[in-house]
Design a protein around this ligand. Structure first.
Ligand code: YYY
Ligand code: MG
Length: 132
């Protein structure tokens, strides 16, 4: 069974969106196999986003992701990575379709409320980083 890593970011957690986001994944047909509230260290956040370290927004991204608790999850289901990304919507909420999580709950790319792994390699890496 395919698995993916999903995380409600500090803005989504602070806004009380965890329950609604979990419900969206359950309604789609995914099974939750692990989950926890965490407050990421800067080192953990930098490792999670290390592939973006050369980007101009990297510093702000790390500051944001350590700014408060997150809710980390592992979801299981057919084509989990692709189907979870479809449910999450485009990176920039301005481009995310209504009906997707970012399309319905976010306005700004810097606070787009949720993360989902984008490949099998990143799902494996992120599940290890957050759950081992
Ligand atoms: O996988 P996804 O979260 O959809 O996008 P990434 O390209 O991996 O970027 C990670 C994260 O960085 C994104 O969710 C918001 C932030 N970001 C940003 O603040 N400004 C950008 N122009 C692009 C991404
Ligand atoms: Mg990504």
């Amino acid at each position: 069974m395919d698995r993916t890593f999903v995380m409600v970011k500090p803005d989504g957690y602070a806004r009380g969106l965890v329950g609604r986001i979990v419900a969206r994944f359950e309604e789609k047909g995914f099974k939750l196999t692990d989950a926890k509230v965490m407050h990421l260290s800067r080192e953990h956040a930098e490792r999670h986003y290390e592939h973006l370290s050369a980007k101009p927004f990297f510093g702000e991204l790390v500051d944001f992701i350590v700014s408060g608790p997150v809710f980390a999850m592992i979801w299981e289901g057919k084509d989990a990575i692709k189907n979870a990304r479809a449910l999450i919507g485009a990176t920039n909420p301005s481009e995310a379709l209504v009906g997707t999580i970012r399309g319905d709950y976010a306005l700004d790319v810097a606070s787009n409320i949720i993360h989902g792994s984008d490949s099998e390699e990143s799902a494996e890496r992120e599940i290890k980083l957050f759950f081992h």
